[in-house]
Design a binder for this molecule. Structure first.
Ligand SMILES: NC(=O)c1ccc[n+]([C@@H]2O[C@H](COP(=O)([O-])OP(=O)(O)OC[C@H]3O[C@@H](n4cnc5c(N)ncnc54)[C@H](O)[C@@H]3O)[C@@H](O)[C@H]2O)c1
Length: 266
């Protein structure tokens, strides 16, 4: 059994991860950390009777005491970098879904993990369907280079566009090289009507509404035809197969890897 703790356990994703680990069959949930909800039996968060696993608020102390194999992190952007460093220094593999680390911070985490020989994963998107969407969109761009992206998320998301939309646009640009799309000059009657302008004239449109979770359409246009590649995360369960896969794969890594796609497709 893989011994797992969850950091950010009182949050929306943390609770979902605890449920997934609890029901996995090959993992044991041994601890839960959050700055909120200290003292709560996690049974009340995952819908089972008394578990005896009590929410605590000191990550490092828990890592040293319980010596888990993996620490899953779904906390917040301002603490995730330090959490990764703490885990690696304690010899515990971080599996991180929290977004917001800078590329410099990610590189520092990878460097430290390599130096200390501790595996792990930082994955900005754990939905396997979303990773396939990016892969298929990249392939489509070889043949249909004119493309726009519409990403749609719940109205509590503060950043736009989504990291997944940016990653999709980057992958398409890499595939189609110097290609430039769209008119050289155009004007908007309402500012922003044509969306955010990415490299090569790719436009990214961000929709924010209650009722949505995380969705994206990549629309390709060619002569007399369009192709739409669409992915929907209908609920937070959509991320769980990727999280469990990441935990299992992290056990065989000797450094932190950035992107679940690296473990799925490479
Ligand atoms: N990688 C993915 O596939 C994926 C999917 C969904 C969300 N996310 C990201 O996961 C993160 C969490 O999302 P969420 O919707 O669960 O947020 P949330 O606000 O519901 O949960 C975050 C939790 O972290 C806790 N927290 C804050 N500071 C802490 C600290 N110092 N130590 C311990 N716990 C602390 C909060 O109390 C809260 O319970 C966000 O960064 C979000 O963008 C990633």
């Amino acid at each position: 059994m893989l011994r797992v703790i969850v950091n950010g356990a009182y949050g929306r994703m943390g609770c979902e991860v605890m449920k997934a680990v609890w029901n996995s069959g090959d993992m044991e949930l041994v601890g839960a950390v959050d700055s909120a909800g200290t003292g709560t039996d996690i049974g009340t968060l995952i819908g089972v009777a008394h578990t005896g696993i009590i929410l605590e608020n000191n990550l490092e102390e828990m890592l040293r005491r319980l010596r888990p194999d993996v620490a899953v992190d779904f906390t917040t952007p301002h603490v995730v970098y330090q959490n990764c460093i703490t885990c690696i220094k304690c010899g515990v593999r971080p599996v991180v879904g929290t977004t917001g680390m800078s590329s410099g911070q990610i590189q520092e985490v990878i460097n430290l993990s390599q130096e200390l020989g501790v595996g792990g994963l930082i994955a900005p998107n754990f939905a396997i369907g979303a990773l396939l969407m990016i892969k298929f969109a990249t392939e489509a761009a070889r043949h249909m280079p004119n493309v726009e992206i519409i990403e749609l998320h719940h109205d509590q998301k503060i950043d736009a566009p989504s990291g997944t939309a940016i990653k999709t646009a980057e992958a398409i640009c890499e595939q189609r090289g110097d290609f430039q799309q769209g008119l050289a000059t155009q004007f908007e009657n309402i500012t922003g009507a044509r969306g955010g302008k990415f490299n090569g004239g790719i436009r990214i449109h961000s929709v924010r509404l209650p009722g949505l979770v995380a969705h994206q359409e990549v629309i390709f246009g060619g002569l007399g035809q369009t192709l739409t590649i669409k992915h929907d995360s209908i609920n937070r369960e959509s991320f769980m197969p990727g999280v469990l896969l990441g935990i299992r794969k992290a056990m065989h890594l000797e450094r932190v890897v950035y992107g679940l796609d690296k473990l799925l497709f490479d």
